[in-house]
Design a protein around this ligand. Sequence first.
Ligand SMILES: [Mg+2]
Length: 163
Amino acid sequence: MKDLYIDFDGVIYNSIEVSYKIAEEENITKDYESYYQFFKNLDWCDVLEKSSEINNAFECIRKIIDSNKFNVFILTHVVSLEEAEYKVKLIKDKIKDITIIPVPKNLSKSMMVKVKGAILVDDYPENLREWASDGGIGVRFDLDMDGKGFPVICHLDELIEMF
Ligand SMILES: [Mg+2]
């Protein structure tokens, strides 16, 4: 069985879109530090309530687990502990038998887990590049099917046929 790590924001839930919309409404300056502070104080309960699931992600993850081809983990960047708390509660409410690994935003996802031979599904190409350079397999999730140099999917259950 291969280790399969699935990103949350922009893959399972459209929460990043929603957060950026809130940032825009609050006229947040578009630089790293301002965004970092904004995300640190963001009300994740509100964000997740306003967000929605992307392309039946949870049903797809269920199918992936039931295929018995992968050890499935959710690997998600977080800025605050509150963000981790609300994400874990939401995911566990949908899927009980899954491991969730929150990654501090200032660390690379590839620093948190054993990458060699493992698959990462992520919408952010930089995460995939770091993953691949550490010996992992990157798959981009993109609704427009633009792989940016990686194999690409727009429904998570496509992974079952891909590997
Ligand atoms: Mg993402």
